[in-house]
Design a binder for this molecule. Structure first.
Ligand SMILES: Nc1ncnc2c1ncn2[C@@H]1O[C@H](COP(=O)(O)OP(=O)(O)OP(=O)(O)O)[C@@H](O)[C@H]1O
Ligand SMILES: [Mg+2]
Length: 422
């Protein structure tokens, strides 16, 4: 259900990713468990996007196995042990572990004894956390990230990635419109990041000269600090900025997946809402960007190729993000004259996800908006398509999004083309 928000709140602050949703830093974690079921839970946590930078090993044998393993060896940043012992026996077991544990290692214990006195005693002895079994993957992720989150750590933004099930389905257009609705309707500071370096349309769609934008950042991600980011981002209104793609073909755009990750991390550290326009390519960085997003929106047209690709994408993402909500499905360009279409209901049944919005085929409106460099809500706020964007913005933010006020601005030539022509 879409939650309404009080406009007097400071929405940008409470929109950011919750503390436990923050990615865990590059730490080593060793787990020694008693039961295979707990092992399965830890394995699921280890595969989670929030733990993708950490390195976790999962072994059976409990505290005893941990003691044997680490005798004469350095212990990792974090040690998670499970015990089936009760009461004082737990303390005796853990004393043996303390004898082989480095001082800097944090220890989390999973036990069966639900006793507050035991909990206090363990914390007093320097155990970082005591959890009562059975545990679940999200609880483990939350516990681990809680241990590594500094109280003064700045909050990070929430990432919404848009991807097309097939080329030209409309992912960029819809991503840009939704980003605009969030920025203008909810007044949440939003950055639209165009990862389609050679062909991206964020500059065109917002009628802005893209400059080098994200290409410069990806070329030397380690240089990207708040000052450089501010220089590379294009302001498009009070709450919206664009990290546009140069859309030039005079160079190759080769960057490692880790460069994309670094740049996106930097943008989210400065902006509460980050909309990523992921092009229709299948590269390590595209895959990683989708797997790491807080929310993924797949845009499909109602045809067979979209259906097949969509199914593959959904299966892959469900696998890669076992502890997240499944991606959202948008069916776009519905009702194109003379084109046979797969009905929305059948499309949704085949994928196992109902489309959360369907967007009508409206070449007049979309064509004019693209040519003017305007968003649908700026051009025709009362249209069905603009309404669909507003609804989708509501779904991805969990809030009712008011339609931004219409600003009188009609350009006949994109600003930067006009500048070039003069
Ligand atoms: N509902 C619609 N009705 C009519 N035209 C549309 C609709 N949605 C998108 N378009 C048009 O389709 C074209 C392709 O859209 P867009 O660039 O957003 O697709 P994409 O999925 O990002 O494609 P690419 O694979 O190039 O990244 C654009 O010209 C856009 O204006
Ligand atoms: Mg695109």
């Amino acid at each position: 259900m879409v939650k309404t928000t009080n406009q007097s709140e400071v929405p940008s602050q409470d929109f950011r990713a919750a503390a436990h949703e923050r990615p865990v830093p590059r730490i080593s974690i060793a787990t020694f468990l008693e039961l295979p079921d707990t092992g399965t839970v830890l394995q699921s946590a280890a595969g989670d996007r929030r733990l993708s930078k950490a390195h976790m090993t999962v072994q059976l044998g409990g505290v005893q196995a941990a003691v044997e393993h680490f005798t004469g060896q350095n212990t990792p940043n974090l040690l998670i042990v499970e015990t089936c012992a009760q009461g004082d026996d737990i303390l005796t077991e853990l004393d043996k572990l303390a004898a082989v544990c480095d001082e800097a290692t944090k220890v989390v214990v999973i036990g069966r004894d639900n006793d507050v006195r035991l909990y206090r005693e363990l914390i007093r002895r320097g155990i970082s956390e005591y959890l009562v079994a059975p545990v679940n993957p999200l609880q483990m992720i939350e516990t681990i990230s809680g241990l590594y989150l500094r109280a003064d750590a700045p909050p990070i933004g929430r990432i919404i990635a848009f991807v097309a099930a097939r080329g030209g389905a409309g992912a960029s257009t819809i991503g840009h419109n939704v980003g605009w609705c969030i920025a203008e309707g909810l007044k949440i500071s939003t950055a639209i990041v165009d990862l389609d370096l050679p062909f991206g349309t964020a500059g065109l769609n917002f009628n802005e000269d893209p400059g080098q934008g994200i290409a410069d950042a990806l070329a030397s991600p380690e240089r990207l600090d708040d000052v450089l980011l501010d220089r590379l981002l294009i302001k498009r209104g009070e709450h919206l900025s664009l990290f546009a793609a140069p859309a030039l073909l005079d160079r190759d755009y080769e960057a490692e997946a880790v460069a994309f990750e670094t740049v996106i991390d930097q943008v989210r550290s400065a902006t509460p809402c980050v909309v990523i326009d992921v092009p229709h390519v299948w590269t390590p960085w595209a895959r990683q960007t989708l797997a790491a997003a807080d929310e993924v929106v797949i845009v499909a047209v109602p045809d067979l190729a979209s259906l097949r690709n969509c199914k593959n994408l959904v299966d892959l993402l469900k696998n890669a993000r076992p502890n997240d909500t499944p991606p959202r499905l948008v069916l776009n360009q519905v009702g194109q004259p003379k084109r046979p279409e797969i009905p929305a209901k059948e499309f949704g049944e085949a994928i196992g996800i109902d489309p959360c919005v369907t967007v009508p085929y409206d070449p007049q409106l979309f064509g004019t908006a693209a040519n003017n460099g305007q968003m649908l809500g700026e051009l025709q706020p009362n249209s069905r398509a603009a309404d669909a964007m507003q609804k989708l913005a509501g779904f991805v933010t969990g809030r009712a999004v008011p339609m931004p006020e219409k600003k009188a601005k009609l350009a006949f030539l994109p600003n930067f083309l006009a500048k070039k022509a003069s």
